[in-house]
Structures are given as structure tokens and as C-alpha cells.
Design a protein around this ligand. Structure first.
Ligand code: GDP
Ligand code: MG
Length: 197
């Protein structure tokens, strides 16, 4: 697989045969764990306060300030997964940028924070409104993060499941600091959903 330093930019020339691509935007309120999940997916590690400018060894491609790419194999098929780790300050702002870019959306909240769950519904609303004009629609996955904080849970699984079904999206609970496979499978499920369209 490709190994690039952080200063490299993805260019078509660096990929002899362009694989299929899937652009995933990670949305949600500040503190829900978007960056931790993105970094976990990319590095298989939990890094509590990740700073991409530190220039650690990276086995993924740094595309721009908040966008990364990783060569993945999902169901035996290669795909270049690009992830935009968004950082809206107070709710959705400047959303055209990711709405126009993404093929799939991960909407993250934190199970130990009711406010983050309420915030996630604003994102579900924006993305599903955007989706209405689209053929095919971009899949949305609702992700309850910080499952390791179970004892401080403020959002029940059934409340989140109800919201997910209202928006016709998949729903998983994960933790950026527990096993890698459940985080990986959420991202891979987003890829699968785009293939189903
Ligand atoms: P973002 O603003 O959505 O990008 O959130 P961050 O990824 O920066 O995470 C916010 C805080 O929550 C940081 O202190 C992380 O270390 C912490 N965090 C993120 N994911 C988890 C998780 O799954 N479990 C726990 N316990 N803490 C987490
Ligand atoms: Mg962040």
C-alpha cells in the first residue's frame, strides 16, 4: 500500500490504476469524537489529541488540511476512501463544502452527551434535505461514539435507533478507544452503502 509523508498531496499521477473512490464526510458537534474516530480508522490507534502537523509516521495520504485518504479493501474490492474530518464550530455552517463533496456521511454524537445527540439531528436534517434532490442519495450512518463511557450514558440505544430509522440511516455504537474493527466496519459499511446505490 502507499506510504506518504504528510506533505504529499494526492495526485492522479501517483496512482497508476485509479481505484474506485468513496468520499466520506464525518459530521457532528465539537467534542463528539470525529477526529478520534477518523484517526483510529486511519492509524488503528486512539490518539487523544491528534495533531497532524506533528508529522508522525502515517500510512495514509494527507490530502488537505482536514481530508485524508486510505487505500482500503472492502468485500475484496479495492477502494480509495477519502475522509473529511469536519470541524464546524457551532452547528452546521459552510456545509456546502462537504455536501457537494461527499458520497456518504457519518454523523457522530457521543453516547454520554445528550447535547451532542441533539446536535447530530441538525446534521441528519441538513444531509437528508440535501439528499432529496439527489439520484442516488448519499448514504448516512448515525454513529454513537464513546461506548466505553457506558456508565455515563445519556442517550439510549432505542432513542438513537428511532432517530436513525426516521432518517432512513444505519446506526452503530462504537468507541474510538476500544476495538479497531468496529470503527473500521462503520467506515466500510459507508463504502458498501454507496456501492448498493
Ligand atoms: P471532535 O471535536 O468531534 O473532532 O472530537 P475529538 O475527536 O477531538 O474528541 C473530543 C474529546 O473526546 C477528546 O478529548 C478525545 O480524546 C475524546 N474522545 C474521542 N473519542 C472518544 C471515545 O470513544 N471515548 C472516550 N472516552 N473519549 C473519546
Ligand atoms: Mg475534530
Amino acid at each position: 500500500s502507499l506510504v506518504f509523508g504528510k506533505s504529499r498531496t494526492l495526485s492522479a499521477a501517483s496512482i497508476p490504476e485509479r481505484p474506485a473512490e468513496c468520499n466520506i464526510a464525518v459530521l457532528g458537534v465539537t467534542g463528539s469524537g470525529k477526529s478520534a474516530l477518523t484517526v483510529k480508522f486511519l492509524t488503528k490507534r486512539f490518539i487523544s489529541e491528534y495533531d497532524p502537523s506533528l508529522g508522525e509516521v502515517q500510512c495514509f495520504i494527507y490530502v488537505s488540511e482536514d481530508t485524508y485518504a486510505s487505500e482500503e479493501t472492502v468485500d475484496q474490492q479495492p477502494v480509495l476512501v477519502k475522509i473529511m474530518d469536519t470541524a464546524d464550530q457551532d452547528g452546521p455552517a459552510n456545509c456546502e463544502r462537504y455536501l457537494n463533496w461527499a458520497n456518504a456521511f457519518l454523523v457522530v454524537y457521543s453516547i454520554d452527551n445528550r447535547h451532542s445527540f441533539e446536535g447530530s439531528q441538525q446534521y441528519l436534517e441538513i444531509v437528508s434535505t440535501h439528499n432529496k434532490g439527489l439520484q442516488p442519495e448519499a448514504p448516512i450512518i448515525l454513529l454513537g461514539n464513546k461506548l466505553d463511557m457506558e456508565r455515563y450514558r445519556q442517550v439510549s440505544k432505542s432513542d438513537a435507533g428511532a432517530v436513525a430509522s426516521r432518517y432512513g440511516c444505519l446506526f452503530f455504537e462504537v468507541s474510538a478507544c476500544l476495538d479497531y474493527l468496529s470503527v473500521q466496519s462503520a467506515f466500510h459499511e459507508a463504502v458498501r452503502e454507496t456501492r448498493r446505490e
